[in-house]
Design a protein around this ligand. Structure first.
Ligand code: 5GP
Length: 209
């Protein structure tokens, strides 16, 4: 039997879109989907665990990976390197497992250029007003910091049209449902299931009807 390949999903969304919460719910319900663990050089924040969402590595180690072409894509964000290790992505896809890259809009463009078959999804806040509320609702930041984040988020939203799908995160349950529908729908695509058709036809042939 020819195994179908896994699909590479790219998920992006600005700070305040609730992307982490939506993704967390999807992955809890679908443990068969693998999340890519990015290698990054920013310091570990409180509560973060090595190897859970990120591998925390030195600049030297990151630059070594760049030289060895060991990263599928990389980006500099606020002075730190962020990159997607290439080998785990290739291994998952070849083994028929779906993989999700949670990366920013720049990284998404780089992956799309190399792997046009990747399916990209942008998690969108329902409105500017809600985004503003979510960003300022985090607590202690002053108005200027909130405005800075808001500008950053709007810059990302401007590139949402480059994605295959938009999931609006107004109601969390509905957003999780939409994202799940995109992934399940992709699995049913003919390009991925063609081997099943071939199998049936092969079976019919072997029966000499
Ligand atoms: P944070 O430092 O807040 O965890 O992440 C900052 C930004 O980097 C987020 O937009 C996140 O999606 C993005 N990011 C995380 N890992 C990667 C990666 O491997 N590549 C790229 N291009 N962006 C990443």
């Amino acid at each position: 039997m020819t195994m179908p390949k896994g699909t590479l999903f790219i998920v992006s969304g600005p700070s305040g879109s609730g992307k982490d919460t939506v993704l967390g719910r999807l992955l809890a319900a679908h443990p068969e989907i693998q999340l890519s663990i990015s290698s990054i050089t920013r310091p570990m924040r409180q509560g973060e665990v090595e190897g859970e969402k990120y591998h925390f590595i030195t600049r030297e180690a990151f630059e070594q990976m760049l030289r060895e072409n060991a990263l599928l894509e990389s980006n500099v964000y606020l002075g730190n390197y962020y990159g997607t290790p290439r080998a785990p992505v290739e291994a998952a896809i070849a083994a028929g497992r779906d993989m999700i890259l949670e990366i920013d809009v720049n990284g998404a463009a780089k992956v799309r250029a190399q792997m046009p078959e990747a399916v990209s999804i942008f998690i969108m806040p329902p409105s500017l007003e809600v985004l503003e509320q979510r960003l300022s609702g985090r607590g202690t930041e002053d108005a200027e910091t909130v405005r800075g984040r808001l500008k950053e988020a709007v810059g990302e939203i401007a590139r949402a049209a480059d994605y295959d799908y938009i999931v609006v995160n107004d109601d969390l349950d509905e957003a999780v449902e939409s994202l799940t529908a995109v992934i399940v729908g992709q699995r049913a695509k003919i390009a991925r299931q063609k081997y099943l058709i071939d199998e049936v036809l092969q079976d019919v042939k072997s029966r000499n009807w």
